[in-house]
Design a protein around this ligand. Structure first.
Ligand code: ATP
Ligand code: MG
Length: 413
């Protein structure tokens, strides 16, 4: 779990700001859910046999003995909240949320035990058009961030839950013949989550998997059609993708469309966004049958990617416009009413006062702060109702002017 330090927060705020703008531009509304939920929500929603529920959740008993878990992802909690507050009765919803998730994983670059996700969920829309919208808005996000050339889209369809069940049976039947040759994890998964075996990194298991039945042969006609429509929309919109028939995603609730955005610039933890359709989840968690599709984006990986590729604009790291430098005992405090009157008129101005320290030290700090101007105030200025403004870059001279004039000057700049 990481501390986010002051020199890192501008990049995070940049990312968050861009995402907020993106969501507004597509008409999505923000939700904020609690960080803990009853453990049963996740075992029912995500699936008891998934890695997340089986071995990654932070679970504890509260003072009443109720089992609670720190959320490992946002979808289950969002569905719970949407059902609880009647957001799904005869209406569609386009929702987003952002916040920390918790998984007891082996920490490594791009993988942490507390990490942040943007999550987007849409409810009540069954067509491939909304699947496409979610993918198009992620593609737009990459464009906004300058990442288009650095990510690729993988796409698959899992069919209906029924088609998946049929496939699952065939897969288990096939793999059981080789049970003793599978790696240990895969042997265990054979009964609880056999489709994850397709993802195994073990060489012998991979060889066996090559001969396994493929999901594509078990798809129902409607899912096939849904997938074709989605691909047509993406083609028409000029979004490139690769169909990856082994893409299954790690959560049980997906049906039909699944997708991932992957980068090769981060090493092994290359998935920056993953999502898909989960038409059965709302009913499973106690609501009326409601089609749904969503995705989650890992914020650490995106910040890491932007930093690695040098894509964070310089202006983002500039957080101060004006550094106030004072000369004389107690002047900083007595100058504050003047500074407040400047702030009243220029609410967007980012102005930081040096409290304490000699004149020279304060000037040095002003230069180091990245501010464009120093506002110098001494006893003379205080008495005369003036300030001295000194540009910290370029070779414009410093000027002493009255407070109204300096407001005009800063406004013009
Ligand atoms: P991965 O295959 O990378 O483990 P996942 O299938 O577990 O991903 P999801 O649960 O769908 O991924 O989460 C969506 C995104 O959240 C991931 O693509 C990734 O960007 C991010 N993410 C997931 N787990 C972590 C983690 N432990 N630390 C940082 N980011 C994570
Ligand atoms: Mg994972």
């Amino acid at each position: 779990m990481n501390d986010l330090l002051p020199d890192q927060s501008p990049a995070w705020q940049y990312l968050e700001g861009k995402f907020r703008q993106l969501m507004a531009s597509y008409g999505y509304s923000e939700m904020r859910m609690p960080i803990v939920e009853p453990s049963g929500l996740f075992s029912r929603g995500i699936g008891a046999g998934t890695d997340i529920v089986e071995k990654e959740m932070y679970t504890f008993a509260d003072r009443n003995g109720e089992s609670l878990s720190m959320r490992p992802e946002a979808t289950a909690g969002c569905v719970r909240a949407a059902i609880q507050h009647g957001l799904l009765y005869n209406q569609v919803q386009r929702l987003w949320t952002s916040g920390p998730m918790f998984r007891y994983e082996r920490p490594q670059k791009g993988r942490y035990r507390q990490f942040y996700q943007f999550s987007v969920e849409s409810f009540g829309m069954a067509g491939a058009d909304i699947d496409a919208e979610l993918i198009l808005l992620t593609a737009r996000f990459w464009k906004e961030l300058g990442l288009t050339e650095h990510v690729r889209l993988e796409l698959n369809t899992l069919g209906t839950l029924e088609a998946r069940q049929n496939y699952r049976s065939a897969l288990v039947e096939y793999l059981t013949q080789y049970e003793s040759e599978l790696d240990e994890d895969s042997q265990r998964r054979l009964s609880i989550n056999p489709m994850r075996i397709l993802d195994s990194k073990d060489e012998r298991t991979q060889e066996i998997v090559k001969g396994a039945p493929v999901l594509q042969d078990y798809l129902d006609d409607e899912s096939r059609e849904h997938f074709e429509t989605l691909k047509c929309i993406l083609d028409a919109a000029g979004v490139h993708y690769v169909v990856n028939p082994t893409l299954v995603r790690g959560l049980d609730y997906y049906s039909r469309t699944v997708f991932e955005w992957i980068t090769d610039s981060l090493g092994a933890q290359g998935t920056v966004c993953g999502g898909g359709r989960y038409d059965a989840l709302v009913e499973l968690l106690g609501g009326k049958p409601t089609p749904a599709v969503g995705f989650a984006m890992g914020q650490e990986r995106l910040v890491l990617l932007l930093e690695t590729l040098n894509l964070i604009p310089d202006s983002v790291n500039k957080t101060i416009d004006v550094a106030v430098v004072t000369r004389g005992e107690g002047v900083s405090g007595r100058a504050m009413p003047v500074l407040e009157s400047i702030r009243n008129r220029l609410p967007d101005l980012r102005m930081q006062v040096n409290c304490g320290g000699g004149f020279k030290g304060q000037m040095k700090r002003a230069y180091n702060s990245g501010a464009e101007f120093a506002l110098i105030i001494g006893e003379d200025e205080l008495a005369a109702g003036t300030v001295t403004i000194k540009p910290l870059t370029g070779d414009e001279p410093q000027q002493t002017m009255d407070v109204n004039a300096v407001i005009g000057y800063l406004q013009a700049k």
